[in-house]
Design a protein around this ligand. Structure first.
Ligand SMILES: NC(=O)C1=CN([C@@H]2O[C@H](COP(=O)(O)OP(=O)(O)OC[C@H]3O[C@@H](n4cnc5c(N)ncnc54)[C@H](OP(=O)(O)O)[C@@H]3O)[C@@H](O)[C@H]2O)C=CC1
Ligand SMILES: O=C(O)CCC(=O)C(=O)O
Ligand SMILES: [Mg+2]
Length: 419
């Protein structure tokens, strides 16, 4: 492994390797990088590490072990590398070298200041699919009457869209120049207040859409899911979100043999692994956001654009108990970085208070991705037993009858005791 300025490479353990067919070669003692994260990252990440180590130790009796390697981004990086270094090159190198990694949340200021480090990590590593499963665990308090009906996996395009951050500030030379170009060269007449408008660009490509939709459909095949819904606002944004829908359907027909259902646009094909039908359908985002509350059981795998996916994943997580328990992964075909869905929740930072489950369940996804299913299963069963014991963090305690509120690290301990 490369030598680094500030990253301490563990003295034991080996790197995960990628085989020629993109499958992983996972040694029994892999080196896995982690980013602690800003804000509550410093509370939840150490708890995640302890819970994962305990599950692995229990499942494999010392035969397998992760050698964790801390890598730096965000505020911690600026303290080590210098005031302007938020995302050191050696962090990117280490994460690429080790193939799999996990991170806590990183702060992005609103308005000015640095652009999102989370987005930068996804773009620099081309982690094009943000995969966020939404599942209900029995006993978790929820604001809806039948939370068990919500069982979806969101595939959010992770590299383009308005989320890519191509923006020009109102009143800047570049904004003026672009507005002039749009008006004079492109005949645009609909910029309501040209002198005071900021501008954002929304790139959505066929390549970017196809690789995301392909991954979502393949997931539905591999996991016996009944449908993939393309979620878009293509009635209004015709050549970005509308094209996302059209390219998605076209890919389903071309690569998976999907055929029009009752004249379309919905499609259907037979899952080659189970023989059951998979429906490819679409929904316009605003209607979809009410459908997931009213008729959640009708949706399974969801493929959507970057900004929609951001909104939808937080909204859906609320139905199954909130972002404190919503995991995620940023994936390419090889490198993957697992991360909590929530942010740094600054008002709770350093208080050992918040729910560590989002990052623990992200680690559980990582273990499953590595093929360490026994340890992953142990985390799920420990979580179920912990919730059943009603010893939970504040977010669940405030919605549960007769619960005992425990701290962030306290909940980790409860989980370990249930392994
Ligand atoms: N991937 C990433 O690293 C992400 C980073 N961010 C960044 O995080 C910062 C803060 O963003 P903000 O919009 O406040 O969103 P947050 O997700 O940080 O917090 C919003 C609310 O969600 C609840 N919450 C968050 N984390 C937990 C947890 N672990 N357990 C229980 N409840 C939790 C809290 O609700 P309550 O108040 O009800 O207790 C909190 O006030 C911003 O800089 C943002 O850019 C945001 C999202 C993702
Ligand atoms: O990058 C950020 O600060 C926010 C990211 C976010 O909300 C998300 O990816 O869900
Ligand atoms: Mg978000």
């Amino acid at each position: 492994m490369s030598s680094y300025a500030h990253i301490q490479v563990p003295t034991e353990g080996q790197r995960i390797k990628v085989n020629a067919d993109d499958t992983l070669d996972v040694p029994d003692q892999p080196i896995i990088p982690f980013i602690e994260g800003d804000g509550t990252g410093r509370d939840i990440t150490p708890v995640m590490l302890r819970v994962v180590d305990a599950a692995i130790s229990k499942a494999y009796d010392g035969r397998k072990k992760i050698h964790w390697m801390e890598v730096f981004a965000g505020e911690k990086a600026t303290r080590l590398y210098g005031p302007d270094v938020w995302l050191p090159e050696e962090t990117l190198q280490a994460v690429r070298d080790c193939v799999l990694s996990i991170k806590g949340p990183l702060t992005t200021p609103v308005g000015g200041g640095i652009r999102s480090l989370n987005v930068a990590l996804r773009q620099r590593l081309d982690l094009y699919a943000c995969v966020r499963p939404i599942q209900y665990f029995k006993g978790v308090p929820s604001p809806v009457r039948a939370p068990e009906k919500t069982n979806m996996v969101i595939f959010r395009e992770n590299s383009e869209d308005i989320y890519a951050g191509i923006e020009f500030e109102a009143g800047s030379d570049k904004a003026r120049q672009l507005i002039r170009f749009l008006q004079e060269e492109m005949g645009v007449r609909s910029i309501r207040f040209p002198d005071t408008s900021g501008l954002g660009i929304k790139p959505v490509s066929r390549e970017g859409t196809e690789r995301l939709v392909r991954k979502a459909i393949q997931y539905a095949i591999d996991n016996g899911r009944p449908s993939v819904t393309l979620v878009h606002k293509g009635n209004i944004m015709k050549f970005t979100e509308g094209s996302f829908r059209d390219w998605g359907y076209a890919l389903a027909a071309r690569e998976f043999g999907a055929e029009l259902l009752d004249g379309g646009p919905w499609m259907r094909f037979r899952n080659p692994k189970t023989g059951k039908d998979i429906t490819i359908k679409d929904s316009i985002t605003d209607a979809f956001l009410q459908q997931i509350l009213m008729r959640p059981a009708e949706y399974s795998v969801v493929a959507t654009l970057n900004l929609n996916g951001d909104y939808i994943s937080d909204a859906l997580s609320a139905q199954v108990g909130g972002i404190g328990i919503a995991p995620g992964a940023n994936m390419s075909d090889t490198v993957a970085m697992f991360e909590a869905t929530h942010g740094t929740a600054p008002k709770y930072a350093g208080k050992d208070y918040v729910n560590p489950c989002s990052e623990i369940l992200s680690a559980e996804m990582m273990l499953r991705h590595m093929g360490w299913t026994e340890a992953a299963d142990l985390i799920i069963s420990a979580l179920q037993k912990s919730i059943a014991s009603k010893k939970v963090t504040y977010d669940f305690a405030r919605m549960m009858d007769s619960a005992t509120q425990v701290s962030c690290s306290g909940f980790g301990q409860v989980m370990i005791e249930h392994m």
